[in-house]
Design a protein around this ligand. Structure first.
Ligand code: ATR
Length: 267
């Protein structure tokens, strides 16, 4: 039986086990997906065990998406450009790293917006998730701007990827607004106005938040009230999980089964 799992710290509350195990079951894949909650001090030993056959593949979450790259035999070009790996494939002890986060983000957008080519996309944030967003949107031909509470971080990211950037006050309207910060996780009292004013928000057509806990973030709630089209975080989660499943099994993922598990676990 093949073994997969999520590497993180913490990792216990991940939705990945439920979603991937349901997908394996639906296609009768002889595999199981578990949780590898590994403290940083044990990471090197853990990776050694993976190479030795502990797991055939990993999902990687915080705080390991960057540091795990040091232990891999190869890292795909897109993951290297983003600077983060969220998926590992173990081929007989040879570990390869991929990034399916940006693919998931793009798919979640494309299924609502259609082609992203020439669309003006504004990314909020300048952390790892924002890097994936900027890379992915640019790859799809969008006109990208990246804006962050700490403007200097957004400007550095903007310069690296050759896009526009600035502080949150510099945001103007556009076609797509993509929220990648951890604001709703860091501060339960945060409101939409901590990121963007309603006046500027209403200048957008589609608003996506990559956060899925809570599913209806203050931003999504406000955007809906303003009549904008919205995309909640579980769409990105779903699509990145689908790509992971396909990298590991070589089979087309059972999307509806995975969607249902997510719907049952999120509200
Ligand atoms: P990730 O890897 O998930 O993107 P990260 O690298 O820790 O996470 O980045 C967190 C992002 O959320 C940053 O852009 C951070 O802004 P700063 O660079 O100014 O710290 C943003 N963020 C977190 N809390 C925020 C808040 N209360 N208001 C606005 N932005 C916030």
């Amino acid at each position: 039986m093949k073994q997969y799992g999520i590497l993180g710290y913490p990792a216990k509350h991940s939705l990945s086990p439920a979603v991937q195990n349901a997908a394996f079951k639906a296609l009768s894949v002889d595999a199981q997906y578990g949780v590898f909650e590994v403290p940083m001090a044990e990471l090197a030993d853990f990776i050694g065990e993976v190479k030795g056959g502990l797991a055939d593949g990993l999902s990687v979450t915080a705080p390991y998406k960057e540091v795990v790259m040091e232990y891999l035999s190869e890292v795909a070009g897109d993951a290297r450009a983003i600077g983060a790996v969220n998926t590992v494939v173990n081929n007989g002890g040879v570990l390869s790293g991929y990034n399916t986060d940006y693919i998931g983000m793009n798919k979640a957008l494309v299924e609502v917006v259609g082609s992203l080519k020439g669309r003006r996309a504004v990314v909020l944030g300048a952390g790892g998730a924002a890097r994936a967003a900027v890379y992915g949107l640019k790859a799809e031909g969008a006109e990208v701007g990246v804006y962050n509470r700490t403007a200097s971080k957004a400007l550095a990211l903007a310069e690296e990827f050759g896009v526009e950037g600035g502080g949150l006050d510099d945001v103007r309207g556009g076609d797509i607004l993509l929220q990648t910060t951890s604001i709703w996780m860091d501060d339960v009292d945060a409101g939409v106005e901590d990121l963007i004013s309603e006046e500027v928000l209403r200048e957008f057509e589609v608003v996506m938040d990559i956060v899925y806990k809570p599913l209806i973030t203050p931003l999504i709630e406000t955007a809906r009230r303003l009549g904008l089209r919205t995309i909640t975080g579980e769409r990105m989660f779903l699509h990145q999980a689908i790509v992971q499943f396909e990298l590991w099994t070589g089979q087309r993922a059972p999307m509806e089964v995975m969607e249902k598990v997510l719907a049952d676990n999120l509200s």
